[in-house]
Design a protein around this ligand. Sequence first.
Ligand SMILES: Nc1ncnc2c1ncn2[C@@H]1O[C@H](COP(=O)(O)OP(=O)(O)OP(=O)(O)O)[C@@H](O)[C@H]1O
Ligand SMILES: [Mg+2]
Length: 454
Amino acid sequence: MGKICFSPCLAIYLPNMKYKILIIDDEQSVCLSLSEILNEYGYDASFCMHANQVLPLLVKSNFNLILLDIRMPEMSGVELLRKIKQVSPEIAVIIISGYASIDDAVKAMRFGALNLYQKPLELSCLLEEIGLLREAMGNIRLIGDQALYESSNPGMQSLAGKISKVAPTDATVLITGESGTGKELVVKSLHLLSGRSDKPMLSVNCAAIPDTLLESYMFGHEKGAFTDAKELHKGLFEEAGEGTIFLDEIGDMSLKSQAKLLRVLQEGTFFRIGGTTELVSKARIIAATNCDLQQDIADKKFRADLFYRLGVVTLHIPPLQERREDIIPLAYYFIKEFNAKYQKNIKYFDKDVQSMLYAHCWPGNVRELKSLMERLCIFCISDTVHLCDLPEQYLSNSHTPVKNGLISKYDEMTKSIILEAINLSQGVKKDAAIMLGIDRKTLNSRLRKFGIES
Ligand SMILES: Nc1ncnc2c1ncn2[C@@H]1O[C@H](COP(=O)(O)OP(=O)(O)OP(=O)(O)O)[C@@H](O)[C@H]1O
Ligand SMILES: [Mg+2]
């Protein structure tokens, strides 16, 4: 699952969020003692003694840090590190080894390990490094035992506030927003921040499954319920237990399935297809759509009663275009992620690239930005991204309709404020600069830029 907590653009309160550490070592004594010490220091440490069991664990749990042994019987630590970084490039990895060769160390660093500690471990150094990593974790500020992540956009701040309030409740939530805005990420954070986080979160994409299968997928079927029903099959509602069920693209659900879903929401009960035993659902339902459900109701494609049931709380994610202040931090966030994945070291976007990123209209929202960053990471050869690294379509103005308008508007406003300050200071530039809160050099360069002075 995505690392929503670490992304820069959702402000989420994470009560009691702990820094999760996985120790991978075939020596039980190392695993036991290290995990005990780390847990005493307030970390959430667990261990795995079999290299080939690690990858499935990463998919299930959100580890922040892995302490990885190099010599293990099933797979070398270096090979495992390479695989870990492919699956979860954002996880920090520190190598702990009794016998690391220089060759191993070089390879480990190349594959993205942060550091290497020789066994027996110098615990104080290791603990200090882990402490620093925890603090640096995506700039999350720890306030008491709460971690707070801030986007400066008011819409996102309000969304984050709502997420933290609604997550611990059992309320059904409907998430709306254009494609690629991060609806799935919001669902995952609702689940993570709820009391159900240790229970399953199961999803179904209502647009991707044919209607006939969808019902069986949701509610299950009895053996012999229809021709292909050779075995009893439990559906999502049964498998989820007290977890969370995510109904993605709910706008594409047929009216027939909508009626069945409404029944579960109203009564809290359902039947397997062909079944006579009434089963109880305790799962929490979260749905998402990028359709205009109000319009679908008017067009008789969506049931109004279901809409009101689902949307006890509605969370809307603004399109990226309406939260431009998130673009650059997100771009850096993704570049960091892809740097690790592709073993690159891109550090900056030059000024022109930043202006372009800021001005682009992002019809594909965050997904588009993320894909662009991956592409840049693959092709860019220096540590700075220049305009020439961008694909053609990002350079043509026709795709960036906001660009000229916004930037010239911004320039106009800046120019008129500078003129006002010059007027008020009766032409004394030193005073004007003080009034504007900028230094003389900056004022001079702006006067030249706007043609007020040559
Ligand atoms: N705030 C964010 N921080 C980090 N990554 C993000 C953020 N928002 C979106 N993303 C990333 O952008 C991509 C698209 O997000 P997601 O799949 O949640 O979109 P969606 O709204 O569900 O889109 P669709 O309607 O097409 O299903 C994902 O890779 C997701 O991880
Ligand atoms: Mg989605």
